[in-house]
Design a binder for this molecule. Structure first.
Ligand code: PLP
Length: 253
């Protein structure tokens, strides 16, 4: 069941309040935390309503769906983030239409995005996805391989390496949630200590964004807490997983 659009204002208020409280208890300015509304598998009318409530950043995982929504909402000034799984043969429309790509985890994808970013557009903002827990089912660069990847991506034209992104294991316990996010923050700090200039930690989803804010998240990617359950048959958090083995893409990275 999709959410009744009448519930949206209250949902948006609730999420904003939770962000504010988490920022306050982390002694951080709430202005340093961007709410990225993950609208994959949600109707465009809900997005229009969210935009009317001041939501400006939207995250999509499915390219065709995203392009249709961009066309439907083209009269609204929005910032579009691709948060889905990246396939090399689909980078061109992503490079042409999005402002941000979260979840780059290999150089080949970043090189394609750089080559395909139109010369007239501002640089495409990239976050590198890190597999913080070393989960085999999840995408992301291993922490040990991060420095080399970050250096190579930072040297590419027409893209701008902004920071890191992660989808940690689901943890019910707030302290354990924080530990994963702290790990991503430490990785970012160590890159910056070696001369990188990264300003973005894209971490935290509906179930754990407060913990992420306490550990320094600058972008929280929130879907169901804002929009309710997604349309049936859409996998959760596709940005985080590689395709299932049956499709033969594991290892294609
Ligand atoms: C779907 C998705 C989200 C939002 O997840 P919720 O649990 O609905 O908040 C965040 N990030 C990524 C990469 C996703 O694929």
């Amino acid at each position: 069941m999709l959410m009744d659009p009448q519930n949206l204002p209250q949902r948006v208020r609730d999420v904003r309040n939770r962000i504010e409280r988490a920022a306050a208890s982390g002694e951080r300015s709430v202005d340093c935390v961007t709410l990225l509304a993950v609208s994959k598998a949600q109707p465009v009318e809900l997005m229009r309503a969210a935009a009317a409530l001041g939501v400006r950043d939207f995250g999509e995982s499915y390219l065709q769906e995203a392009l249709e929504k961009m066309a439907a909402l083209r009269e609204v000034e929005l910032t579009w983030h691709f948060v889905g799984r990246l396939q090399a043969n689909k980078t061109r429309p992503i490079a042409e239409s999005f402002a941000w790509v979260h979840g780059v985890d290999r150089l080949k994808i970043a090189e394609r995005l750089a080559a395909q970013r139109p010369y007239y557009a501002p640089p495409l903002n990239l976050c590198l996805q890190v597999n913080v827990a070393g989960e085999t089912a999840k995408a992301g660069v291993a922490p040990a391989d991060l420095p080399a990847l970050a250096a190579a991506v930072a040297a590419l034209p027409r893209v701008r390496l902004r920071g890191l992104m992660c989808i940690p294991p689901e943890e019910a316990d707030a302290a354990r949630q924080r530990a994963w996010f702290a790990r991503l923050r430490q990785l970012l700090q160590s890159l910056n200590n070696s001369g990188a200039r990264l300003d973005t930690l894209s971490m935290g989803m509906s179930a754990d964004f407060e913990a992420a804010i306490l550990e320094g998240a600058t972008i929280v990617r929130v879907g169901t807490a804002l929009f309710g359950p997604r349309l049936a048959n859409t996998p959760p958090h596709t940005g985080g997983g590689r395709a299932p083995p049956a499709t033969g893409t594991i290892g294609a990275a």
